[in-house]
Design a protein around this ligand. Sequence first.
Ligand SMILES: Cc1cc2nc3c(=O)[nH]c(=O)nc-3n(C[C@H](O)[C@H](O)[C@H](O)COP(=O)(O)OP(=O)(O)OC[C@H]3O[C@@H](n4cnc5c(N)ncnc54)[C@H](O)[C@@H]3O)c2cc1C
Ligand SMILES: NC(=O)c1ccc[n+]([C@@H]2O[C@H](COP(=O)([O-])OP(=O)(O)OC[C@H]3O[C@@H](n4cnc5c(N)ncnc54)[C@H](O)[C@@H]3O)[C@@H](O)[C@H]2O)c1
Length: 454
Amino acid sequence: MNVDVLVIGFGKGGKTLAATMGRLGRRVVMVEQSDQMYGGTCINIGCVPTKALVHHAESRRRDDTAQEWYQQAVGTVEKLTTLLRGKNFQMLDTIDTVTVVTGRARFVGPKTVEVGAGADRLTINAETIVVNTGSEPMIPDIPGLRTSKYATTSTDLISTTELPRRLAVLGGGYLGIEFAAMYRRFGAEVTVLEVSPQILRREDDDVAAAAVDILVGQGITLVTGAQVTEVRDGDDSATVVYEKDGRRLTLEADSILVATGRSPATRGLGLEAAGVRTTGRGAIEVDEHLRTSRGHIFAVGDVNGGPQFTYISLDDNRIVADQLIGTGARSTADRQAVPHTLFMTPPLSTVGLTERQARDQGHTVKIASKPIAEIAAMPRARIVEETRGLMKFVIDAGTDRILGAALLSVDSQELINTVALAMRHAVTAGELRDTIYTHPSSTEGFNEVLAAAS
Ligand SMILES: Cc1cc2nc3c(=O)[nH]c(=O)nc-3n(C[C@H](O)[C@H](O)[C@H](O)COP(=O)(O)OP(=O)(O)OC[C@H]3O[C@@H](n4cnc5c(N)ncnc54)[C@H](O)[C@@H]3O)c2cc1C
Ligand SMILES: NC(=O)c1ccc[n+]([C@@H]2O[C@H](COP(=O)([O-])OP(=O)(O)OC[C@H]3O[C@@H](n4cnc5c(N)ncnc54)[C@H](O)[C@@H]3O)[C@@H](O)[C@H]2O)c1
C-alpha cells in the first residue's frame, strides 16, 4: 500500500489525527496490533474501565455480597468497553480514505513499515508516519516477581472476575492508589507497598496528609519506604518479602498488582531501520513539534516519553495536525496549567504549583484553604454525603493570579478544569471568588474558599 499518512497504534492522539486527515481526503492507514485494542489503552484497559469500576465500587451497598457485586461490575464494564471499541473502529472505518489494518507494525525503512498478522505480511509506504504505540507496565526485577502466578498488571486484574481477598499493590502512584481505593471499596483487604518515603510526594504536606487520612480511614494499609526483595509463591497465596527501616517483613497476598510505572512501547518497532532515535529511558526522542530524528516521522502519546495522560496524547495530535495542515506554530511549550486527577474517592485534582513550589520559586503567596466539611456555601457535598477532603488555592499575593490548586473534593475532576482555565486566561483569584455559580454545585465552594485567602 502507498498512503499519505500511516499511524501505528490506535491511541487517542493517533486515532484523532487519522480521522482528521481522512476527512480531508488523505489516504490514511491505521495499524493496530489487536482487535481488542481498537480505540487504544484508555477506552479498553485504562481510564474508562477503571473509572467505571470506581463508580461501581462506590455504589456497592452494605448488603451486596462483595464477590457478586464485583463480578457484576466487571461484566457491566466489559459491555461498556466492547461498545466503545466498536464505536472507535466505526469512527475510522466509515471514512472512505481510511483503512484500519490489524497486525503488528515494524519499520523496515524510513518510509516503509511491514505489518505482520500470523503468516500474512503487508508492506506500507507512507509520506508521513505517526507512532502512537503507547506504553506497557514496567515489572521491576525482584526475585520471584516475574514468574509469580499471583503477580498481575492492571490490564489482567480488571478483567478477572474473582475479587482477590488480599491484594498487595506494588507502587503508590496514580495506578496503585486508584486501584487500592477501588478494590478496598469492592471489599478486598489492600496493602500498598511504596518504595519512596511518602506517597503523593509532589503535593504539599497538608494535602498529602488529608488524602492519606482518607485512604487509611477507608481501611487501606499504606507502607512507605518498603523495599520489596522477594516474592515466593505458595499453593494458595504468595509471600511478599520486603524491608522497611532495616527490618525484614512479609505480607501474604492472593494477588500482587504491579503498579510501578509504565515504559514507552518501542520493543520490536524496528526504529533503528528508520533511523529514529530513542532517549536513554527508551522513549522516542521528539522535538517540541513532536517530530522525531526523522522529520517525516512523528511520535505522539506515551511513547514519546511525555506525561502519560490521555488528554496529553490528544493534545499531541493537535500539535501534529498543526504541523501537517495548520500554521505549524503549536508546540509542547504552549502547555500551561495542565490539570491532573487521581481518582480516589473523593478525587484529588491538582493544577499548577504547590505552596512549597511557589515559595521555592520566590513568590510571595496567599493561601486559601478550607476543609470541605467547613464550607457552608457548598451544600452539594452534604447532598451527596461526601464531605471529606479540602480545597486549597495558592495565589500570588502581588498579582492575585492563581499559581496552583489542590482540590481533594467531590466533583474535583470537573472543578479543576475551571481553575485551569482561569489560570490560563489570567482570571484572578478575586474574579473566581466573585463569580456567579449554579446552586447547589461544588464550584460555588470557590466563593467561600477564595474569600478566606490570606
Ligand atoms: C489502568 C490505567 C488507568 C489510566 N487512567 C487514566 C485516567 O484516568 N486519565 C488519563 O488521562 N490517563 C489515564 N491513564 C493513562 C492513559 O491511558 C494513557 O496515557 C493513554 O491511553 C496513552 O495513549 P496513547 O495515545 O499513548 O496510546 P495507547 O492508547 O496506549 O495506544 C497504543 C496502541 O498501540 C498499539 N500498538 C503497540 N505497538 C504496536 C505495534 N507495533 N503495531 C501496532 N499496534 C501497536 C497498542 O495495542 C495500543 O492499542 C491510565 C492508564 C492505565 C494503564
Ligand atoms: N488518573 C489518571 O490520570 C491516571 C490513572 C492511572 C494511571 N495513569 C498514568 O499511568 C502512568 C503509570 O501509573 P503508575 O502508577 O504505574 O506509575 P507512577 O509513575 O505514577 O507511580 C509508580 C510508583 O511506583 C513506585 N515504585 C517504583 N518501583 C517500586 C518498587 N520496586 N516497589 C514499590 N514501589 C515502587 C514509585 O515510587 C511510584 O510512586 C502514570 O504515570 C499516569 O500518568 C494516570
